[in-house]
Design a protein around this ligand. Structure first.
Ligand code: FAD
Length: 268
């Protein structure tokens, strides 16, 4: 099935992309196209104009910035999985990136596209929530920083305002004694997370002094839980479909959370 016809623009600057988004009604940014184009083909999404972000300099790449790592919105999953900076400073992100889809998806899909799409079965939203990441966006009213726990608002819905473009994601680097793990139960066909769990812990003198647990795939947005035992209460109305019932998703999340926390402590 083909997409309905649309106009296509490939601006060279962010300002030009913003201008095109303002000018063309029902326009959308295009990143890797791996979620938007399939959704347009099956008429789940529509756009009269696509503004390709691929030629804009400065929207892609990974930089260490003090105690944080900044990842440009157009950085691909494959680049994140292979990045020495990510592997050293926040390896859980590389672990999650390497489990996304297949090699074609990882080579085209971008972190900005993934989070702007806000699919409940996506991997990055869960990890960014556990890490306490910040999403940076630019729009008609200037630049904004949005904490991950305010960014994912509902199913396929984010806090982005019309015309806003995600420019980068800022992730805190691991401190001393920090460990993390991302475990998921992948759908056997697409590899999307039926359930994915991210755990970050900080260990001092053999004791866990801080832990952060986030669960994705089981509800409209990723959610935090204080412990594996409290996941059921944190997700009172879990997603249910022909592949996995809500009850099974909560069970999976509880089991994966125990394993992820144990692995995170071991890695700390
Ligand atoms: P696009 O498809 O280009 O865009 C997605 C949406 O985000 C569009 O609405 C677009 O307008 C908007 N957008 C894009 N960039 C920006 C920006 N910078 N600012 C504002 N809005 C923007 N994902 C997983 O997490 N785990 C998986 O296991 C997984 N498996 C997959 C398997 C298959 C077969 C396929 C096709 C996809 C899979 N995905 C998976 C999704 C994949 O990661 C997508 O690449 C990703 O969700 C969207 O990124 P993209 O760069 O392709 O964005």
């Amino acid at each position: 099935m083909y997409t309905p016809s649309f106009e296509y623009f490939r601006p060279k600057t962010l300002a030009e992309a913003a201008r095109l988004l303002r000018k063309h009604k029902e326009s959308r940014p295009l990143a890797g196209g791996h979620s938007l184009l399939p959704a347009m083909k099956i008429r789940l999404a529509s756009a009269k104009a696509l503004i390709d972000l691929g030629a804009i300099k400065g929207l892609s790449g990974i930089k260490a910035k003090g105690k944080a790592v900044e990842i440009g919105a157009m950085t691909t999953h494959a680049e994140i999985a292979a990045s020495p900076i990510v592997r050293k400073s926040c390896p859980i992100l590389a672990e999650a990136a390497s489990q996304i889809g297949d090699i074609q998806v990882r080579n085209r899909g971008t972190i900005g596209g993934s989070i702007a799409h806000a699919d409940p079965a996506a991997d990055f939203p869960t990890v960014l929530l556990a890490l306490g990441a910040t999403i940076q966006a630019k729009g008609p009213k200037g630049a904004r920083k949005i904490p991950a726990d305010k960014f994912f608002v509902d199913l396929f819905t984010t806090a982005l305002k019309p015309g806003e473009i995600v420019t980068s994601v800022v992730v805190p680097a691991y401190g001393k004694g920090t460990g993390g793990a991302y475990f998921k139960h992948p759908h056997p066909a697409s590899r999307y997370a039926v359930v994915g769990v991210a755990a970050i812990v900080e260990v001092k003198n053999g004791k866990t002094v801080r832990s952060s647990l986030a669960v994705g795939g089981a509800s409209h947005t990723p959610v935090r839980a204080e412990s594996p035992e409290k996941i059921a209460a944190a997700i009172p109305d879990p997603l249910s479909d022909h592949y996995a019932s809500g009850e099974f998703r909560v069970h999976l999340a509880t089991v994966l959370a125990k394993r992820a926390l144990a692995a995170a402590v071991e890695r700390a």
